[in-house]
Design a protein around this ligand. Structure first.
Ligand code: BGC
Ligand code: BGC
Length: 594
């Protein structure tokens, strides 16, 4: 294969080399242009979906780009990348697995690897062979809007689960089935509150989402090298040892210097010291942040060790800038060749250069019953029983149950961010089974569902049941949209818990969220408290643990704060001792048989 790569690099014109390192958002390029410029990669960002959004239209969309790349002069196929971060979660009808934080609570590498394998199969079935996963950040401050994407706060655990995810995606054979992408190198989880720019700063391309400002995401990690190596680097060592083919650079900075332009981090540490043989991809529009002068930004990032650039929009400008930089001698052609070789080496390992790539599964496999069963099992495995003061769980076999809360019967609220749309959203966004579905399955006519929100309290009147189950939730978000100064529950959700508690003998509160929330009075109002995280499209798995059909096995993958966090805090982490420490998680008081 290395002869074939030499031959290709030899045959490439300067423009073709530049095309090979260019990754374009599918909204900004046609298949014809991919063929014409020999583009190396296309991506769907969060919500980058065809209309209508189905497995079949996805496959047609991706195939059109892949087929076009095969018609380019040298016929090197593109890599189509997408954020399959909890299943192939942009696609309506895909199995949406729990987010990583729930998998971290489950703490089972074998489960993570099976989830990643199923994700690889569903992703490949739409023609895409590259998942921008796993996220292997080690989050230090739960106010960060990407906490849910991380496995947890223990470096060794993140390293182990991250490697398991790489193995599941890429396969354990000699080649690579679906390319994994460990992200975001490095210390994206170690930034200091307020260093992004706060209310003054929101990336222009996401302003339509109406964010109140970014505070931690894309900020500055003000830590020494010892901390960087001890806390944030090991997951990359583990991913490299597992043969990860791509690594995404982080938007964030390390002590004031953007990682994207950090030669020591990307080249000396990652490639030379860790021996990473794959390629480094830049993040969405990230190189533009390095310098107001685009030429300077492009040169500094490529020179530092970025191999493929997620442009993502104006590819003509990017290609022209690289050409000018090489012609002016600002960028060594050897560096460009090295980037091209790294990308081709991965494509070769995937069998894309000699027609030996794994055959693609059919789109009908998306949402397959065995994948949904696995997602349901994973949702159950990640649930953490925080309190059970009166032994109310598992729900007794003879009790009537009043179910309330907007999250109880809402697939979108159970899936969280990065689901169908970038930020996710409430509603029946994709097929799935909710907590209400699962409870109805187990309890039949003993389940009385009502009272979705505090305003909707009317239906509670006159309803009596022995036990209440209230599902409270944190509204979905992605990235810095979720940076939040106060990790408190919305007041109306606490009011709903109080209203239900007044009508039943015992109340169980289930929390759907992307991170721990300060629950305030809800802790004392509830007899049992369950952290369900964002369990995905098969949230019925949460009902399985509530009734005892599956055991509680989850434990906290990070501390759970007691009250609010002080902000801005010079030191990350809770300002007061946490309510529960990592590792906390009860088993239900009684056995499943009652
Ligand atoms: C995120 C990455 C993601 C990329 C492509 C960026 O904004 O930081 O995690 O893979 O977009 O959607
Ligand atoms: C895109 C995502 C991307 C994000 C960048 C969104 O508009 O859809 O793919 O990750 O912007 O922060």
């Amino acid at each position: 294969m290395s002869a074939r790569i030499d031959e290709l690099v030899e045959a490439m014109t300067l423009d073709e080399k530049i095309g090979q390192i260019t990754q374009v958002d599918r909204s900004a390029i046609t298949p014809e242009e991919v063929a014409e410029f020999g583009i190396g990669s296309i991506l769907s960002g969060g919500g980058g979906n065809p209309d209508p959004n189905t497995p079949q239209t996805w496959r047609a969309m991706v195939d059109a780009y892949v087929d076009a790349s095969r018609r380019s002069r040298l016929g090197v196929p593109i890599l189509y990348g997408t954020d399959a971060v909890h299943g192939h979660s942009n696609v309506v009808g895909a199995t949406v697995f729990p987010h990583n934080l729930a998998l971290g609570a489950a703490g089972d590498p074998e489960l993570v690897s099976r989830v990643a394998r199923a994700t690889a199969i569903e992703t490949a079935a739409t023609g895409a062979r590259w998942a921008f996963a796993p996220m292997v950040a080690v989050p230090q401050d739960p106010r960060w809007g990407r906490t849910f994407e991380c496995f947890g706060q223990d470096t060794d655990m993140v390293a182990e689960l991250g490697a398991a995810s790489v193995a599941g995606l890429q396969g354990t054979g000699p080649g690579i089935d679906v390319l994994a992408c460990a992200k975001h190198f490095v210390a994206d989880g170690g930034t200091t509150w307020g260093t992004t720019g706060g209310a003054q700063w929101v990336p222009w391309w996401v302003r339509a989402y109406g964010s109140p400002g970014w505070y931690l995401d894309q900020g500055d990690a003000r830590i020494d090298e010892t901390t960087l190596r001890a806390v944030h680097l090991p997951p990359y060592q583990a991913a490299v040892a597992e043969g990860v083919g791509s690594i995404m650079a982080s938007y964030s900075s390390w002590n004031g210097q953007k990682v994207h332009a950090h030669r020591w981090l990307l080249t000396d540490l990652l490639k030379d010291e860790l021996g990473f043989q794959g390629f480094v991809v830049s993040d969405y529009h990230a190189i533009d942040q390095v310098s107001p002068d685009y030429h300077d930004a492009v040169v500094r990032c490529l020179d530092a060790g970025v191999d493929m650039v997620m442009v993502p929009f104006d590819h003509a400008r990017f290609r022209g800038t690289v050409r000018a930089a090489v012609e002016a001698g600002d960028l060594a052609v050897e560096r460009l060749d090295d980037a091209v070789r790294r990308i081709l080496r991965v494509k070769a390992a995937m069998g894309l250069l000699d027609g030996t790539a794994q055959p693609l599964p059919e789109p009908g496999v998306l949402g397959a019953p065995e994948h949904r069963a696995l997602a349901r099992q994973a949702a159950a495995a990640g649930a953490v029983l925080l309190t059970d003061r009166s032994g109310v769980l598992p729900l007794p076999a003879d009790a009537t149950v009043l179910l309330a809360g907007a999250g109880a019967d809402d697939v979108g609220l159970a899936c969280g961010g990065w689901t169908i749309e970038w930020a996710g959203g409430a509603g029946p966004v994709t097929p799935g089974s909710t907590i209400a579905d699962g409870l109805a399955e187990h309890l039949g006519s003993r389940l009385l569902a009502t009272g979705a929100t505090a305003e909707d309290r009317g239906p509670l009147d006159g309803v009596t049941a022995r036990i209440g189950v209230v599902v409270v939730h944190e509204p979905p978000y992605a990235e810095g949209l979720g940076d939040r100064e106060h990790l408190t529950l919305e007041p109306e959700q606490g009011e709903l818990v109080a209203a239900v508690a007044a009508r039943v003998e015992q109340v169980v509160v289930v929390v759907l969220s992307g991170r721990p929330l300060a629950l305030g009075p809800v802790i004392d109002l509830s007899d049992a408290l369950v952290a369900a995280w964002w369990p995905g499209s098969e949230a019925a798995g949460i009902a399985d643990v509530l009734v005892g059909a599956a055991p509680f096995t989850g434990t906290l993958p990070l501390p759970w704060p007691d009250g609010d966090l002080v902000s801005p805090s010079p030191a990350p982490g809770p300002a007061q001792p946490p309510r529960w420490l990592p590792g906390h998680g009860l088993v239900a008081g009684r056995s499943a048989t009652g």
